[in-house]
Design a protein around this ligand. Structure first.
Ligand code: BGC
Length: 713
C-alpha cells in the first residue's frame, strides 16, 4: 500500500472514532506557562485538565524538555484516543544558535546559505522537543517605522519569495519524520507588512492587484514548497480581519493556491475579532472563523467553548472534519503517531550550539554585514584603534525574536577583541539612551590612530509592537558622535539596528570627511562580535546588499524601489516646478534597494542580449570585473521595466540575481535567462504578460544599472 493511502486510512479511522468534542479539541493550541509567549495565558492546571479531556491539539511557547515530555505523556497515555500533541515555537532566526535577524539574512542575497541556517534551526528545535516553527515571516515591508520589518526579508516580492522558499526547505527537508526537520508555518497572512502608518496591528487597505503582485507572492511560494502551516495576521484586510476573512483563507489560500496544510490564527487573534467589532461575542467568533477557514485557534477558546453548537449544520461539520484532517495529517507527517517522543531528549544540551552550527552562524553574519560608505576599511593589524559607544561591551547583539537564546553564549565586542593581537582600547561614552560620560575619553582618542564608533538602537527596539515614529539615533548618541568627530581622527561608524534608521546626518558627515566608513551591522546573532571584527580587519570582505530602501527622513515613508512612475517624473526635461518631488528632500532613497559596498571594486560592462525579441525566453550576459586586489562576493542584480502596458508599471522590478565569488582582478561573463512567465503581472486580478517594449537593467543595485531594451511579441 502506498504511504499516502496508508495515512488516509489511518486518519479516516481515527476521525470516525472521535467525538465532536475531541475533534474540536484538536483545533485548539494552548499555552503552558514557563514558556516564552507574547500574550495572555491560562493556568497550567486548567490546561492539563483540557489535555486529559482531549481538548488540546498543540502547545505553544514551551521550551523545557521535561515539561514537553510530561505534557506529551499526558496526551498519549491519559486521553481516550491517545492522540499526541505537537509543540510549536517562535523560532524566527535560530533556536539556540542564533543567526542574523531575517532582514539581515535577506541582505546576503544567498538563498542556499539561508537554507543552511534554517536547517540548523530545525535540528536544534526538533531536538528540543519542538516540531513546528512559526517561521518564515513572508510579510513584505515598505515601512521601517513598523518594528516587525526585522522579521521579514524586505520590500521585494521576488527576493522575499526566494528567502521564504529557502527557509521552508531548510526547516522541512525532504521529510518530517526525523530528528533533523520541523514543520514550517509561514506568517502573517496577509498584508500585515502594510499596516497603516507603520503602527503594529493597524488596518491594511490595498488594491487586489497590489496584493496579488506584491504581498501574496511569498505566500504563494510557500504553498508551492509544501509549507505545512499558514498563520493569519492580526490586521483587517480591506475591512475584514484576516482571521475571519474567507476571501483570504478559503478563496485564495485553500481554493486558488490549493493549500492542504493547517491554517492557524495568530495569538488570540480570533478573540480580537470582538475588538475589531466584527463579532459581538465568542459564539460569533467561532462561527465566523470556521466559516472563513480557520483550522487551529491559537490561545483563544472560541472553538472549544462554542463550536459544538454549530456542528448540527452539515456544512460546518464538514468544515470541522476538514480542519481536523489537516491537523492529524500534520501530526502523522511528523511521525508523532509512531513516536510521540521523537526528539524530546533529556540530554538536550548536547544537541545545541555545536561547532558546525556556530560556523554556519559566523558565515551568515559575515554575509549580512552591509557596508554603506567606505574610504578607509579594512583596518590594518598595526593600527591602534579605539572602540567607543554603547554597544562595545554588550552581549545583546543577537536581535529580537531570538528563539531560546542564552546571551551567555554570545561574546561582546571587547570580549572578542581580547582573543586577538590587535592594538585596541575602548571607552563606552554613553548608554543607548542615557549616561553621557566622556571623562577620560579625550586622552584615549589622542593616543589612538583610528576610532570605531558603535551606535544604534537596542535589540528590543524592533520586533513585535515596536513601531516608532522617530528613526534617528538617540540624541545622546549624536552627542557622543559630535564629541568624537571634533578630534578629526579617521572614524568608522558601525550601526546596530533591526530596521533602516535615518542616516541623512551620517551621510553628510561622511561627505564632509568627518566619518570615513559606515557599516550597518543589523543584529547578527550568536557570532556577531567575531564577524564584526573579522570584517573590520578584512578577514571577511563584506558583500551584503540592502533589501529595504533607506529613507532620507521619516516623511518619505513608505519608500520602495519598485514604485510606479508619475506623470511628472524627475527626468525628461520637465522644468523643476512641475516635477513630482518634495520641497525639502529628494524623491529617491538615501541608500537604495540592492545597494551595498565591498572592499573589492566591481565594474560592469557589455550587457549583451542574445536577441532583442523575447518569445519563450531571453538569454543575456554581462561582464563583471573585480578591479581590486580583494577577493570577494558580488551580487549581480537583474531588473526589468515594462514600458507600455494597460496599467502603469513599476520603474523597476527585480527578476533575477546571482551572487558569485570573484578572485582579485577576475572578470566573469555572467549569463542569465528571463522566461516569458517571469514577466507575469496581475491586472484586474488576472495573470497577464504585456507585449511591447521592456527595459532590461543589470547592475550592482537598483539604481546604477546598464540598460538595454527588448520586445515581447
Ligand atoms: C505574533 C506571532 C507569533 C505569536 C506566537 C504573536 O503575537 O504576531 O508572530 O508567532 O505571537 O508567539
Amino acid at each position: 500500500m502506498k504511504k499516502e493511502e496508508k495515512k488516509n486510512i489511518f486518519i479516516d479511522e481515527l476521525i470516525n472514532k472521535m467525538t465532536i468534542e475531541e475533534k474540536i479539541g484538536q483545533m485548539y493550541e494552548s499555552t503552558y506557562t514557563n514558556g516564552f509567549i507574547t500574550g495572555p495565558e491560562f493556568e497550567n492546571d486548567d490546561v492539563i485538565k483540557l489535555i486529559k479531556k482531549g481538548l488540546v491539539g498543540s502547545i505553544i511557547g514551551q521550551y523545557d524538555n521535561e515539561v514537553i515530555y510530561q505534557l506529551q505523556k499526558t496526551a498519549v497515555e491519559e486521553t481516550r484516543l491517545h492522540i499526541p500533541l505537537f509543540f510549536a515555537n517562535d523560532i524566527i532566526h535560530g533556536c539556540r544558535t542564533i543567526f542574523p535577524i531575517p532582514l539581515a539574512l535577506a541582505c546576503t542575497w544567498n538563498p542556499k546559505l539561508v537554507e543552511n541556517c534554517a536547517a540548523v534551526a530545525a535540528k536544534e528545535s526538533r531536538n528540543s522537543g519542538v516540531q513546528l516553527v512559526f517561521s518564515p515571516v513572508a510579510d513584505l515591508a515598505r515601512d521601517p517605522r513598523w518594528g516587525r520589518v526585522m522579521e521579514g526579508y524586505g520590500e521585494d516580492p521576488y527576493l522575499a519569495s526566494k528567502m521564504t522558499r529557502s527557509l521552508i526547505r531548510g526547516y522541512q527537508g525532504k521529510e518530517l519524520y526525523n530528528e533533523n526537520t520541523v514543520a514550517a508555518c509561514v506568517k502573517h497572512y496577509a498584508g500585515y507588512g502594510a499596516v497603516s502608518g507603520g503602527r503594529d496591528y493597524n488596518s491594511v487597505d490595498m488594491s487586489l492587484d497590489t496584493f496579488y503582485n506584491y504581498y501574496l507572492p511569498p505566500f504563494m511560494e510557500a504553498t508551492k514548497n509544501d509549507v505545512k502551516m499558514v498563520m493569519t495576521s492580526f490586521n483587517t484586510f480591506n475591512g475584514i480581519p484576516a482571521t475571519c476573512n474567507s476571501f483570504l483563507l478559503r478563496d485564495i489560500l485553500k481554493k486558488k493556491l490549493k493549500f492542504k496544510g493547517v491554517v492557524i490564527s495568530d495569538y488570540t487573534a480570533s478573540d480580537e475579532l470582538i475588538k475589531h467589532k466584527v463579532c459581538k461575542d465568542e459564539e460569533e467568533v467561532a462561527y465566523k472563523s470556521i466559516m472563513a477557514g480557520l483550522d487551529h485557534e491559537m490561545v483563544s477558546r472560541s472553538y472549544i467553548n462554542q463550536l459544538k453548537k454549530f456542528s448540527n449544520d452539515e456544512k460546518i461539520l464538514n468544515y470541522i472534519n476538514d480542519s481536523v484532517r489537516r491537523i492529524l495529517n500534520l501530526k502523522y507527517d511528523l511521525g508523532l503517531f509512531d513516536n510521540p517522543y521523537l526528539g524530546i531528549h533529556i540530554d538536550f544540551e548536547k544537541y545545541w550550539l555545536l561547532p558546525a552550527y556556530l560556523d554556519q552562524a559566523y558565515l551568515a553574519a559575515n554575509e549580512s554585514i552591509t557596508l554603506l560608505e567606505n574610504r578607509i576599511l579594512p583596518l590594518n593589524k598595526e593600527d591602534h584603534v579605539l572602540f567607543i559607544g554603547p554597544f562595545i561591551d554588550t552581549k545583546r547583539l543577537v536581535g529580537a525574536w531570538a528563539g531560546k537564546v542564552d546571551h551567555n553564549y554570545c561574546k561582546s565586542l571587547i570580549e572578542e577583541l581580547a582573543n586577538t593581537n590587535y592594538h585596541y582600547d575602548y571607552f563606552k561614552g554613553c548608554e543607548i539612551n542615557s549616561d553621557f560620560n566622556t571623562k577620560g575619553l579625550e586622552e584615549k582618542i589622542l593616543k589612538n590612530d583610528k576610532i570605531v564608533l558603535l551606535l544604534g538602537e537596542d535589540q528590543w527596539e524592533s520586533g513585535e509592537n515596536k513601531s516608532k515614529t522617530n528613526l534617528e539615533l538617540s540624541d545622546i548618541q549624536y552627542q557622543l558622535l559630535d564629541y568624537v568627530i571634533k578630534f578629526n581622527k579617521p572614524t568608522i561608524l558601525l550601526i546596530h539596528a533591526g530596521r533602516p534608521l535615518i542616516l541623512s546626518r551620517i551621510k553628510k558627515l561622511y561627505e564632509e570627511r568627518k566619518i570615513d566608513a559606515v557599516m550597518y551591522n543589523w543584529f547578527l546573532g550568536t557570532m556577531s562580535s567575531k564577524s564584526i571584527i573579522h570584517t573590520l580587519y578584512g578577514i571577511n570582505n563584506p558583500s551584503a546588499k540592502l533589501t529595504m530602501s533607506f529613507p532620507y527622513n521619516v516623511g518619505q515613508i513608505p519608500i520602495y524601489y519598485n514604485h510606479l512612475p508619475t506623470g511628472r517624473p524627475k527626468e525628461n526635461g520637465i522644468s523643476d516646478d512641475y516635477r513630482t518631488r518634495y520641497l525639502d528632500a529628494p524623491n529617491d532613497a538615501l541608500y537604495p534597494f540592492g545597494y551595498g559596498l565591498s572592499y573589492s571594486k566591481f565594474i560592469y560592462k557589455n550587457l549583451i542580449l542574445k536577441s532583442e525579441i523575447l518569445e519563450k525566453e531571453l538569454s543575456f550576459s554581462i561582464e563583471v570585473l573585480n578591479d581590486s586586489s580583494y577577493a570577494g562576493y558580488e551580487t549581480i542584480e537583474v531588473y526589468i521595466e515594462c514600458m507600455n502596458d494597460i496599467v502603469s508599471r513599476p520603474i523597476n522590478e527585480l527578476k533575477n540575481f546571482k551572487k558569485l565569488w570573484f578572485l582579485p582582478h577576475e572578470t566573469k561573463v555572467v549569463e542569465f535567462v528571463i522566461k516569458r512567465n517571469d514577466l507575469n503581472y496581475v491586472v484586474n486580478s488576472k495573470n497577464h504578460i504585456a507585449c511591447g517594449t521592456y527595459g532590461l537593467k543589470v547592475g550592482p543595485n537598483s539604481i546604477d544599472t546598464i540598460v538595454k531594451y527588448f520586445t515581447v511579441k
